[in-house]
Design a protein around this ligand. Structure first.
Ligand code: AMP
Length: 225
């Protein structure tokens, strides 16, 4: 059994989910004038929705709070606040997944209080119903068993973070081979991201001073916890 339940998401699935989401929104009879993508996870779904719904106005707002993959670190907040006038406009805020729901809650509150919209609705591909503090107005999948969705747009970041976690958790192990780490990654997370992601993740961790690459050997040089 993997330590963390993960789903490796393929690009085609994302396109299909965005299509399904667009149909749900259109069938509801509500048509947004403008889409606001929550950065960074909402970018791809928002752009696909624009295409499927023939929407030409796309903005973004960056909400930050998640630290390394699958761990919350700080409170959700708007990273670069700015003022806008969206008087009377129907605004659809889009993110990839509603997990705690904090990003959507903070984004909605900020848009309503600062951008004077006519109406604001929320849409995501996934909604983790047992933990989310809110229900998006539109979503494709209700996820009842908490899962980390390994979307294609965070593949390298997640791989590096998960490998870093493995290194941190195995405190007594100072040296690994590349294949040992890849096997442990597959075992703990139950997914195989394939190359070039493992190689790039090792390089990234080396750049962050966590490991040193010596041929096929990986020497642990720094730990977080
Ligand atoms: P939230 O907890 O709903 O505010 O989630 C914030 C952001 O973190 C989401 O937009 C995703 O980009 C990322 N995220 C949170 N939970 C997950 C998850 N279970 N799988 C993949 N990405 C996630």
């Amino acid at each position: 059994m993997p330590k963390v339940k993960c789903k490796l998401v393929a690009w085609e699935e994302v396109v299909n989910w965005a299509y399904q989401l667009s149909q749900k929104i259109l069938e509801s009879g509500w048509h947004p004038d403008i889409i606001v993508a929550i950065a960074r996870g909402g970018f791809v779904p928002a752009r696909l929705l624009c295409d499927f719904m023939d929407i030409h106005e796309l903005l973004s707002i960056q909400i930050v709070h998640w630290g390394r993959a699958a761990e919350i670190t700080t409170e959700a907040h708007v990273k670069y606040p700015y003022q806008l006038d969206l008087s009377g406009k129907k605004v659809l805020i889009v993110d990839d997944i509603c997990d705690t729901g904090d990003s959507l809650i903070v984004a909605k509150k900020y848009v309503e209080e600062n951008w004077k919209p006519g109406e604001v609705k929320l849409a995501t591909l996934q909604w983790i119903s047992p933990v989310a503090k809110i229900t998006p107005d539109y979503y494709v999948d209700e996820v009842k068993d908490w899962t980390w969705y390994q979307y294609p747009w965070t593949r390298l970041e997640d791989t590096a973070n998960f490998i870093e976690k493995i290194v941190d958790e195995n405190k007594d192990k100072k040296e690994w081979t590349k294949s040992e780490l890849v096997e442990k990654f597959k075992e703990d997370y139950g997914i195989d991201v394939g190359e070039p992601y493992y190689t790039l993740a090792f390089r990234l961790l080396e750049a962050y001073g966590r490991i040193k690459l010596q041929g096929d050997k990986i020497v642990v040089t720094g730990r977080k916890g």
